[in-house]
Design a protein around this ligand. Structure first.
Ligand SMILES: [Zn+2]
Length: 357
C-alpha cells in the first residue's frame, strides 16, 4: 500500500557511526518507516562533525535506503538548548550578538545581519552542497527574537542603520522609543518588522548556494514580528521548505488546557502563509530527552495529520530517540496512515487563524 505519510528524522552524523549502535538505530528507523534523515552538521560556528564523518554517515544511510539531507543551526539558539546540561559552546566571540532595545547583548544569539556569521554559514552550506546534499534546513533560531507576542528585533548599530535607511521618517526615534511606541499593526510596528524580515531573507540569499533548496524551521506562532515572513521567503525561494511551529515538546506543556488549539492554529497559520502542503513539515519534537512521552508524541502526530501535514519531522535534540518511541510510532503507524488517508486536507486559501499564545 502506498503511504500518505513521509517520516523524517534528524541527528548529528556521529549518532549513526558507532558500530555498536548503528545497526539497531537503522532498524528502529526502518521499523517506523523513516524515509529521510537530516544530518545536523553545524551549530552557530561549531562544527558537529568532520567532513569525513558527515560523508561516512551519508553513505551509510544511503546504502540503507534513506534519503539524506542537511540541517544547520546558523545563528544561535537563545539559551543552552543545543546541549542541555552538557554545556553549550555559545556563539563565537567574533560574531555580533543580537542586541535588545536597551543595548544589552542576548546570550547564545547572533545578529542575523552579522557578516562573519553569514560568511561561515555560507561556507558550511557550500561544503554540504559539494558533498551532494541538495536540501538544507535552517533551525528555528533563524529569526530575530524569542517566542512571544511582543515585537522583536536586533538593535545593533547595523540593524538600526538598516531601519533608518529604509524608513528615514523614524530616524529621530531611538530603539527604546520604537519598542515603546509601536503597537500591533500600526505603521511603526510594520516598518520595524519589515526591516527585520529583510534581514532573514538576506541571510538566505547570501547563504544558500544555487541549486540547493532551503528550509526554515519556524517557531510556534512565529511571524513577521520575529522577522519571519514565510510568504516573502517563498517569493524568493519558490521551493521553500517550512517546518511549522508547534512547541509543546514535553508532557507538561502538551497536556495543558488549550494546547491542542494552540498547536493547530500555529500550524494553520504557517500552512496558509506557505500555501502548499508538499513543502510543509511537522515539528514532532521531544525535548528535553524523554520529556514528551511516546504516547503523547503519537497523539501529537495525530494532531499534525489532522491539520494537513504529511511530512512528519521527528526531532530530539542531541539524543537519539529511545526504543519505546520507535515502538510506539510503529504500533500506531496503521492508525496514523488511516487518518492521513481519511482526513480532508485543509483549504489553505482561508486565513481564519488566530494565534493562541
Ligand atoms: Zn543586528
Amino acid at each position: 500500500m502506498s503511504s500518505a505519510l513521509h517520516f523524517h528524522y534528524d541527528f548529528i552524523p556521529g549518532e549513526i557511526l558507532d558500530p555498536e549502535t548503528s545497526a539497531q538505530r537503522i532498524a528502529l528507523m526502518k521499523q517506523v518507516g523513516v524515509q529521510t534523515v537530516w544530518l545536523d552538521t553545524y551549530a552557530y560556528g561549531n562544527h558537529l562533525a568532520t567532513p569525513e564523518q558527515t560523508l561516512a554517515a551519508k553513505q551509510l544511510l544511503e546504502s540503507n535506503g534513506f534519503e539524506v539531507q542537511a540541517l544547520t543551526v546558523p545563528v544561535g539558539h537563545g539559551g543552552a538548548a543545543l546541549c542541555g546540561d552538557k554545556g553549550d559552546p555559545g556563539i563565537p566571540a567574533h560574531w555580533q550578538m543580537r542586541v535588545n532595545p536597551f543595548g544589552q547583548c542576548m546570550p547564545y544569539t547572533c545578529c542575523v545581519r552579522d557578516p562573519a556569521m553569514i560568511g561561515e554559514s555560507r561556507a558550511q552550506a557550500q561544503a554540504l552542497y559539494g558533498m551532494g546534499f541538495t536540501k538544507l534546513f535552517f533551525d528555528d533560531d533563524l529569526r530575530v527574537g524569542p517566542w512571544g507576542p511582543s515585537l522583536q528585533g536586533c538593535c545593533c548599530p547595523a540593524c538600526m542603520q538598516a531601519f533608518y535607511t529604509k524608513y528615514p521618517q523614524y530616524a529621530h526615534l531611538q530603539a527604546p522609543e520604537i519598542f515603546a511606541a509601536a503597537t500591533p499593526g500600526d505603521a511603526l510596528w510594520n516598518a520595524w518588522s519589515d526591516v527585520q524580515c529583510d534581514a532573514v531573507l538576506e541571510f538566505m540569499q547570501k547563504t544558500v548556494p544555487d541549486g540547493m533548496t532551503p528550509g526554515i524551521m519556524v517557531m510556534h506562532n512565529g511571524d513577521c514580528r520575529h522577522g519571519v515572513d514565510i510568504a516573502r521567503l517563498k517569493a524568493a525561494f519558490p521551493d521553500l521548505l517550512v517546518r511549522v511551529g508547534e512547541l509543546h515538546f514535553d508532557d507538561a506543556s502538551f497536556t495543558q488546557a488549550g494546547a491542542k488549539q494552540s498547536i493547530t492554529q500555529s500550524i494553520k497559520a504557517h500552512l496558509h502563509a506557505l500555501g502548499n502542503l508538499q513543502n510543509a513539515f511537522s515539528e514532532s519534537t521531544v525535548y528535553p530527552e524523554n520529556a514528551l512521552s511516546p504516547e503523547n508524541l503519537v497523539q501529537k502526530l495525530g494532531i499534525e495529520i489532522q491539520s494537513g501535514l504529511r511530512n512528519l519531522f521527528l526531532m530530539s535534540g542531541f539524543f537519539f530517540l529511545a526504543p519505546p518511541y520507535w515502538q510506539a510510532i510503529a504500533a500506531a503507524r496503521p492508525e496514523l496512515e488511516a487518518l492521513a488517508q481519511k482526513e480532508p486536507l485543509p483549504d489553505l486559501c482561508q486565513d481564519t487563524t488566530e494565534l493562541v499564545w
